[in-house]
Design a protein around this ligand. Structure first.
Ligand SMILES: [Ca+2]
Ligand SMILES: [Ca+2]
Ligand SMILES: [Ca+2]
Length: 326
């Protein structure tokens, strides 16, 4: 079962690459039938855009490997290519998020980096790993509270067009015993950031520990995350996680895509998207779906990424693409 699903994911990646190349061909010959978004672009511009990879920075500065967590795409940081420059499977890189990273890498359209432990999240200070050098920033279950300057950096990054992918876990999931778990850390970002302290993305994290559920996607054939380049999302898995309360009065662009069984509307949302300024945001209520089941030794990991009860790979990858405006 696992091998079959991974093969399907690989085909999706190949199909995406093929689609990208197919799109490039008519643009290069200035075909007049391009869609509205590209109809005014010159062949030169289209070629340059296609050749520029989507840059994704995965955070590991907030104790993402504390306890049984292993939320890294590779032990080689910042650059996973130093571990294996041409990864073929999730085993090519070490970390419980390697499936996520390798799937993006295999498309040939992404450039991935990790912000190593001990680093500071910055925006506009000129460093190689500064957020200004990236299209999307992933915070996979942060376990250390962001500093005041880091929260402002993240908000300015999004406001100016960046993509932010937040992953929460359940309440009382303080893996490094510093008094802060991911629900608390994300809510702190949303209410004390120096840019907009009133739920800027239109949601807050519920302080719950839901033992198990298989949340289902809404029916929306035009949603770019539910129906994206990596496949169709029908649902996700929830294995000790939480949900979100939507607050459209604070930001009307907030949208619940996947809901806990029995929930809809503004309560019980398990996967949510939003926008802020010219940037985009996604948030997921559990880290279990991004766990690929293999990583550094000493961790107890479970394969949620390929769990047939959800379509977690498609959800993670489509959301990454959408956030990156890919
Ligand atoms: Ca903590
Ligand atoms: Ca969990
Ligand atoms: Ca792995």
């Amino acid at each position: 079962m696992t091998i079959r699903i991974r093969a399907a994911a690989a085909l999706s990646g190949a199909a995406l690459l093929a689609a990208g190349l197919t799109t490039l061909a008519p643009a290069a010959t200035a075909a007049p039938t391009s869609n509205a978004a590209t109809s005014t672009a010159t062949a030169t511009t289209a070629t340059a855009a296609a050749a520029t990879p989507h840059r994704v920075l995965f955070d590991n500065s907030k104790a993402e490997t504390a306890g049984n967590a292993d939320w890294i795409i590779s032990t080689s940081q910042p650059d996973p290519l130093a571990q294996n420059p041409a990864p073929t499977t999730d085993k090519s890189w070490t970390g419980a998020l390697s499936a996520w990273g390798v799937a993006l890498q295999k498309t040939g359209q992404y450039s991935l980096k990790t912000l190593p432990a001990g680093s500071t999240i910055t925006y506009g200070t000129g460093g190689a790993l500064d957020l200004a050098n990236f299209d999307t920033f992933v915070l996979p279950e942060p376990n250390i509270r962001l500093s005041a300057s880091e929260k402002t950096a993240v908000m300015r990054f999004v406001q100016n067009g960046g993509g932010l992918f937040l992953v929460s876990d359940h309440v009382n999931s303080d893996r490094n015993n510093d008094g802060w778990d991911s629900p608390k850390i994300i809510n702190d970002l949303l209410t004390s950031n120096g840019v907009n302290n009133n739920d800027p993305f239109g949601f807050s994290v519920d302080l719950l520990n839901i033992t198990t559920d298989n949340p289902r996607a809404i029916n929306d054939a035009t949603d770019p995350v539910l129906h994206g380049p990596f496949g169709t999302v029908t649902g996700s898995i929830l294995r000790n996680g939480t949900t979100f309360t939507l607050k459209p009065a604070d930001n009307p662009s907030v949208k619940g895509l996947v809901y806990r069984t029995g929930s809809s509307g503004n309560t019980g949302a398990f996967f949510v998207t939003s926008t802020f300024g010219s940037g985009r945001v996604a948030v997921w209520g559990d880290s279990s779906p991004i766990d690929d089941g293999t990583g550094q030794s000493g961790n107890t990991l479970f394969n949620g990424w390929d769990d047939p009860a959800g379509t977690d790979a498609a959800l993670a990858l489509n959301a990454t693409a959408w956030l990156s405006k890919a």
